[in-house]
Design a protein around this ligand. Structure first.
Ligand code: ATP
Length: 234
C-alpha cells in the first residue's frame, strides 16, 4: 500500500532523516518506534506531505506521491492524527469532527461516519456540544482520532496517541485502534510506548538518529534481546 523508500529530510543544515525506509501492507498495523528525536514525527510528516523530502521516494499503491501537495494526499486516504492533538479548542467536539469531513466524498457520508465515531467513543457522544478545549487529555485524544476517521482514511497515521495519558486511558485508546483496524483501516502508529505498540502491531520499524536500526515481525521483536535492552530496560 505504502512504501517509504530511503528518504532524506533536512531542517536547514540539520539532517533529520538519513535514509529511512518502511513498507506498509493493506490491513496491517505497523509501529514506528524510536527514542526522542529519532525522526518518527518527521517520517510521518513526510508521508503526509507536511515535511519536504530531499531525496528518496514515497510510493502509494505503486505511484510516487513525493511531489503531491498535502491536501491531495488526504483525498487519497492518507490521514494524520498529529502529536499534541491540535484540536480547535473553542469549537465543540462535533464541530471539530465536522472539520474532519471537509472533502466532498467524506462530506457526503458525514452523518454515518459520525455515528460510527460516537459508537467507538461513547464519551464523545455524551459531550458532543462541549468545547474541545475543556476535555480531559484522553477525551481530546479520542476527539483527534475521531476527527481523522471523519475523513474516511485508508491509512491512519497516529503520532504518539498515548503521550501524557493515564494507563487506563491508554488501554481504551489502543483497544479503539484495534477496532478501527478490524473495521478495515490500515494504521501507522508512531509511539514511545514500545511494549504496547508491539502487542497491537503486526510489523515494527525502529529508527534512531534518522536511520533504520531494526525491523521485523512484532512477535519476534518482543523477544529480541537488543530491543529489550535498548527500549524496555530489561
Ligand atoms: P519525539 O518523540 O521527541 O517527538 P521524533 O522521533 O518524533 O521525536 P522528530 O520530531 O522527527 O523526532 O525530530 C527529529 C530531529 O529533527 C530532532 O533532532 C529534532 O530536534 C529535529 N527537528 C524536528 N523538527 C524540526 C524543525 N522544525 N526544525 C529543526 N529541527 C527539527
Amino acid at each position: 500500500m505504502l512504501k517509504v523508500d530511503n528518504i532524506y529530510v533536512n531542517y536547514g543544515n540539520f539532517e533529520a532523516l538519513s535514509g529511512v525506509s518502511l513498507e506498509i501492507k493493506e490491513g496491517e498495523i505497523v509501529a514506528l518506534l524510536g527514542s526522542n528525536g529519532a525522526g518518527k514525527t518527521t517520517t510521518i510528516n513526510t508521508i503526509s506531505g507536511n515535511s519536504k523530502l530531499m531525496s528518496g521516494d514515497i510510493v502509494w499503491k505503486g505511484r510516487s506521491i513525493k511531489n503531491m501537495p498535502m491536501y491531495n494526499r488526504v483525498s487519497l486516504g492518507i490521514v494524520q492524527v498529529p502529536e499534541g492533538r491540535k484540536l480547535f479548542p473553542y469549537m465543540s467536539i462535533q464541530e471539530n469532527l465536522f472539520i474532519g469531513s471537509y472533502l466532498k466524498q467524506a462530506r457526503k457520508q458525514r452523518n454515518r461516519t459520525l455515528e460510527m465515531c460516537y459508537e467507538l467513543f461513547p464519551k464523545l457522544a455524551e459531550r458532543k456540544h462541549q468545547l474541545a478545549g475543556s476535555l480531559s487529555g484522553g477525551e481530546q485524544q479520542m476527539c483527534a482520532i475521531a476527527r481523522g476517521l471523519m475523513q474516511q482514511p485508508e491509512l491512519l497515521m497516529l503520532d504518539e496517541p498515548s503521550l501524557g495519558l493515564a494507563p487506563v486511558v491508554v488501554d481504551q485508546i489502543f483497544s479503539a485502534l484495534k477496532k478501527i483496524n478490524e473495521m478495515g483501516t490500515t494504521i501507522l502508529l508512531v509511539e514511545q510506548n514500545v511494549m504496547l505498540s508491539l502487542e497491537i502491531a503486526t510489523q515494527a520499524y525502529v529508527i534512531e538518529l534518522g536511520k533504520n536500526v531494526m525491523q521485523g515481525n512484532c512477535e519476534e521483536l518482543i523477544n529480541n534481546p537488543d530491543l529489550k535492552k535498548a527500549y524496555l530496560g530489561l
